[in-house]
Write a protein that binds this ligand. Structure first.
Ligand SMILES: Cc1cc2nc3c(=O)[nH]c(=O)nc-3n(C[C@H](O)[C@H](O)[C@H](O)COP(=O)(O)OP(=O)(O)OC[C@H]3O[C@@H](n4cnc5c(N)ncnc54)[C@H](O)[C@@H]3O)c2cc1C
Length: 276
């Protein structure tokens, strides 16, 4: 994974288990030294191209919620796997349905033991929400700078340069400050993870801040661009800013929705009383 030699996808979400991930039903039955998997995963990013998958399955018959799960490494070339792309609003085949029909996975591919699946999945999800977004975070700072440059050159309908509009200038300043804050948080999280060994719930703060900042930036870009914004072809390269706007919505769902990140922050970081 670190060398980038193999592409990995994540097989957690199912049609009835997204925010409520503990509801998964995809089954893994132990048969000798193999696990035989049957079921369906949904919204699997890069599923079509991935070499391996981190797959969460229910192994203990009759178990419910967080119990009886296992986290296994699934070779995506195994017989019995079918991947079907889902087209999303950016018009790309980025996410997929994955079907498993008697897929045999060696038990040696299990990370942890039967019953550890939830714990392992929460650990990999924390990486995804925190440090896993580093690429997007680095790109965000460049994008903020690009929108500032665009605002310096683009005139609004009123004839004023966009950067001379107080509201646009204020929002861009705020977004740049937030982006720097997210970067500082990520750096501090990386050093904490190094000493602690695994990320924690604070990854949800980074994911939420990153997502809201991305969205705020693409909203300013829309205002600066005016009607040109609506010229979107069939690929991100034809109008990158329109793509960014659509992608900013994707970020509020993928890796756990913003509402769920707020719940985690309220519950596990702020220790607020539970509504339910
Ligand atoms: C582009 C994209 C890529 C993805 N990639 C992957 C992937 O690679 N692997 C993978 O396993 N999954 C992936 N997902 C799935 C993603 O994790 C789920 O879509 C997400 O967790 C939401 O689940 P859901 O779609 O079932 O919506 P639901 O859980 O049905 O939620 C619907 C709405 O209700 C809200 N909601 C639900 N529960 C609560 C609550 N308790 N409190 C407040 N609000 C709530 C949600 O915030 C959301 O707005 C991806 C999704 C997208 C869009």
């Amino acid at each position: 994974i670190l060398k980038g030699e193999a592409l990995w996808s994540q097989g957690f979400s199912e049609p009835g288990a997204g925010s409520d991930l503990a509801n998964i039903v995809t089954k893994g039955e132990i048969d000798g030294d193999h696990l035989v998997v049957n079921g369906q995963k949904m919204w699997t990013s890069i599923g079509l191209y991935s070499d391996y998958q981190e797959l969460l399955v229910r192994v203990e018959p009759g178990s419910a919620r967080h119990k009886g799960l296992a986290w296994v490494i699934c070779d995506m070339k195994s017989p019995g796997i079918e991947v079907r792309p889902i087209k999303i609003m950016t018009n790309e085949n980025q996410v997929n349905m994955v079907y498993y029909d008697n897929v045999r996975i060696p038990l040696s591919n299990m990370v942890g033991k039967v019953g550890d699946g939830w714990k392992v999945a929460m650990s990999t999800l924390s990486f995804e929400r925190g440090t896993g977004f580093i690429g997007d975070q680095l790109a965000l700072l460049e994008k903020v700078q690009a929108v500032i440059e665009m605002a310096r050159k683009t005139r609004l309908e009123s004839g004023r340069l966009a950067i001379d509009d107080d509201d646009i200038a204020y929002r861009l300043g705020r977004i740049k400050a937030d982006t720097m804050a997210i970067r500082a948080m990520t750096l501090s999280a990386i050093s904490e993870i190094q000493s602690r060994g695994a990320p924690g719930s604070e990854a949800s703060i980074m994911k939420l801040l990153m997502t809201t900042t991305y969205k705020a930036l693409s909203e300013v870009a829309v205002e600066v661009m005016g009607w040109q914004f609506f010229e979107y072809g069939d690929h991100r390269s034809t109008n990158p800013w329109t793509y960014q706007f659509l992608y900013s919505w994707v970020l509020t769902i993928a890796g756990g929705s913003s509402e769920i990140q707020r719940e985690i922050i309220a519950d596990r970081i702020l220790n607020l009383p539970r509504a339910r």
